[in-house]
Every structure is written in C-alpha cells, then in structure tokens.
Design a protein around this ligand. Sequence first.
Ligand code: GLA
Length: 391
Amino acid sequence: MTAVETRVRLSHAERFGAEGKTYSAPARVNLIGEHTDYTGGLVMPMAIGFRTVASISPRGDGQAVFYSANYKEFRKFDIASLGKAPAGGWVDYAAGVLWSLKQDGISPGGFDMSIEGDVPLGAGLSSSASVEVAVAMAILSRAGVNLPLEKVATLCRRAENEYVGAKSGIMDQFIVAGGVEHRAMMLDCRSLNFDLLPLPAEVRVVIANSMVKHAVATGEYGNRRDEVEAGQAVLRRERPGVELLRDAAVADLEACRDKMSAESFARCRHIITENARVLAAREALLSGDMEQFGDLMIAAHASMRDDFAASCAEVDVLVEIANRQQGCFGARITGGGFGGCTVNVVKTESVEKFVEQVKHEYEHAVGIKADCFVSSPSDGALALAAKGGAA
Ligand code: GLA
C-alpha cells in the first residue's frame, strides 16, 4: 500500500468514525494518438504510478459527504434530489459521477467519502479521470453494484462531458479504469476493443512537466473539437462511407478542402495522419523497433504543433531539447495540449543523464524548472484490501 493509501484509510476513520472501503485509480500518459478519441480513432495510453484514493463508509441520512484532503474542504449533497448543478472546482468531478450513476438508476445509500491524490494537477496527466474513476468505484461498492470497467469508464466520461462540461473523449477514463501493469494499451475508441502491448525493458518512459498549466474544461480544447467536428461533418456529407474521421483518408480530406475552413482542414489532417501513426507505432512496439517508435512520436509532435495548433512555445522547447539528448528515441507533447507534459521514450541506461540534462537546459532556455518523472505502466482502478494489498 502506498503512503497516500495508508493516509487516506487512517484519516478517513478518524474523520468519519468508521473504517472505509478504499479504492484507487491511476493517472495516465498517452504515448501516441492525440485528439483522436472523440472521432472514434486510435490512442495508445498507459496508466502511471500517480493515484487518487477514495475511501467510503455508509451514513444513515441519505446525504453524500465528500472530503478532499488536497483542498481541505467538505461538500455535502442530498442524493435523492441531486441534479445537474456544477459549482466549479474539484467537487464537480465527484458530484458529477454520483449524478451520472443516478442517470443509470444507480442510487447508493448515504455515504461519507475521503478523497486524496498525488496526481499533478493541470499537467495533462488526467487528474480528473483519476478522481472520477476512484469515486465511481467507491460509490458502486456502496450501491452494491458491480459493473465492467468499460461501463465504469463510460459513466465517468458522461460525468465529465455533461456535468463538469468538458467535451473530452473516452481515452482517459478507459485507461484509468482498465490499465494493466507493464503494458501500454492501444484502444480503438469506436469499438472499445483494445490490445495490451509490452514496452521493451531497454526503454523507460519519462514524463516532463513544462509547468505551463492547461485546462481542458475551458477554451481551446473545446474550440479544437468544434473545428474537428465541422470538418468531419463535411466529410460525412461529401464522402460515402465516411461516418467518423476514422474512416477517412487524407485523399478524402483533400477532395473536400474548399468546402471547409483552413483550420478544420488542418485539424482533420492531424487526426487522420495520427490514426495511421498509432497503427504504425503498434507495429513498431510489436517488433521491438524503438527507433521507428520514436520517429513516429517526433512526427506526432510536429502534427500536434503545426496542424492541430495545440502545443505552446515552452513545450516545443522542451521537446526539442529532449530530442537532442543521447538515448532519447522520441519526445512529444501528451494529453489535451496547450501546456502540460511531454512524454519521452528513453534508453534505460541513459535516463538519469537525460533527466538531469533536460531539466538543466529547459531552465536555462525558458527560466522554468521542469519536473521529470520516470514511469512504467501501472494497473488501472483497484480495490484495496482492508489490511493492505489489492482486494
Ligand atoms: C484530454 C481528453 C481526452 C483526449 C485528450 C487528447 O486528455 O480528456 O479525451 O481527447 O485530451 O488526446
């Protein structure tokens, strides 16, 4: 059991006077396949070691009490009358999950819940999906309902889309719920079929936080999505057999170039070429060709920057520095974009030097201290047994 898990369990019992049932869910990093999920495309994320922990115990008055140890705040809701009323802030992710479960007729008895996590916020590592899935697991246990992880993910996505108001795809909730230790996941966001792929022992995944905050709920993410959907609608109208961008080739897009805005054209080109890169990345992983995998990451970054216009100056510098280091196969922006983290695939033997050098050069270039984490693929959502270990 990690330090956070132990702390949440003990502090929950002190705060609410009852031993809780405890669940945890990880953060994630996306290796390749960015902004493809909401048009039924391909992504390749992995769950990582940061986690959110939620401990739950029953209370008798039909109320849901959430305590966030990160924000040191209590929030209370009447479960029977809970409607869609986002307040802004951390509690929307928890109340949103409760609301989403209720839409499916899952209404738990009253409960007290303690929530604490060590996922860096606003870094593009999916702190929101991590909270949602941990909270969902806890509430489902209180309701006595067992759902497949895929269903947990879609309920959490609905909380984020409809309650919180962030128009995100399914990638984050899916990998956070269903990640597997030592494996990256290639997920088909249309069928929700997935492949679990081993990462060779010769490489490590280094996450570098540019410390430029991004926010999915506001602004640019939604704008990009609108531009993409406008382009997709043109393709659907003009090209038989194209339902989602996933079905289109660059030639289809070219044929419709003068029927859409230059922005929609470029955003759609990113997505169509990115889907092809994910497939090629899968082949590269299966054949252990990390040079090829790295080249695909580098191309993916250029496409996110130039066609999708979802990078920023600091992140571009961080990627450029990383790509110059010995032992780095490839680096790219990861997650929603507009700041946040980069993901870097680095030779295991070069990792220490890589981290030192990237931090040093980034600070020298932009005057910001980057945080670096060396990650390996972790398990998705887990129930924690009462005396430690996974249940
Ligand atoms: C955010 C969203 C995801 C996905 C990524 C971009 O993380 O939550 O659904 O769209 O951005 O790949």
